[in-house]
Design a protein around this ligand. Structure first.
Ligand code: SAM
Length: 234
């Protein structure tokens, strides 16, 4: 697994050191072992698929993090893309947010074991974004496989500073989701920057990263309560 991660990361333009690749493998071992006791996420049995689907797929976000010093990964689950980002970019303080306590406990053990510049926070995005220490506090907010783009915008944009960005790791439907999120972008003072291809070497997955910029502060009424977002998404 180590060599595959090193080789593919280099091809992707996100080269890792030997030590960083060792940390990815250690993270994988911790995840595979913890997953036997508590269902954290789907860990593919095939080691190459696990490397590609989780660690390398997450590393695609690193290409869009120049100049970033604080990042929040919302709905990080077992740590994707947040932990691979924290391993690859030790200068970025990574906040890992998830609504499920058992996942947050696992993330803390990974942070401690790998000595990462990261913190694990238990909470829902709608609540955390109302706390002064998290609101308007990050250069970038990321999310993979968490919600439709319009909902994701309401969850992520309140966390980022004015002129900050969100990066949504999406599949083939990225552009369609973006069209459906037009009203959300308008109401939340944000605009599309680009839809970036996010290929993993040797895979024909159509993965994409949607980059959105906050153009002005998020109005105070957002994010609304979970029930309101569910009933009437922007
Ligand atoms: N991002 C990870 C990945 O790509 O493997 C996990 C994806 S998992 C399908 C969705 C995660 O989002 C779950 O861990 C869930 O607990 C979390 N989640 C869902 N709604 C959330 C919310 N409103 N605030 C914070 N976390 C949330």
């Amino acid at each position: 697994m180590k060599n595959r991660i090193l080789d593919s990361a280099k091809i992707m333009g996100v080269p890792l050191t030997d030590e960083q690749a060792d940390k990815m493998v250690k993270y994988h071992e911790m995840l595979a072992s913890a997953n036997k006791q508590m269902n954290l996420t789907r860990v593919p049995d095939d080691i190459n698929e696990a490397a590609d689907r989780n660690y390398l797929d997450s590393l695609n976000a690193v290409k869009h993090l120049d100049g970033v010093s604080a990042l929040i990964d919302v709905g990080t689950g077992a740590g994707f893309p947040g932990i691979p980002i924290a391993i690859a970019c030790p200068h970025i303080k990574v906040t890992l947010l998830d609504a499920l306590q058992k996942r947050v406990g696992f993330l803390q053990s990974v942070i401690d074991e790998l000595d990462l510049n990261a913190e694990a926070v238990h909470g829902r995005a709608e609540d955390a974004a109302r706390k002064p220490e998290f609101r308007d506090a990050f250069d970038v907010a990321t999310a993979r496989a968490v919600a439709e783009m319009n909902v994701l915008c309401e969850w992520l944009l309140p966390f980022v500073k004015a002129e900050g960005r969100m990066l949504a790791l999406k599949g083939p439907s990225a552009e369609e989701e973006l069209v459906r999120a037009e009203n959300a972008l308008k109401q939340l003072n944000a605009e599309k920057v680009a839809v970036h291809p996010a290929p993993v070497p040797g895979r024909d997955w159509e993965h994409k990263i949607v980059e959105i910029r906050k153009t002005a502060p998020t109005p105070d009424r957002f994010p609304r309560r979970a029930s309101a977002i569910e009933k009437k998404p922007l």
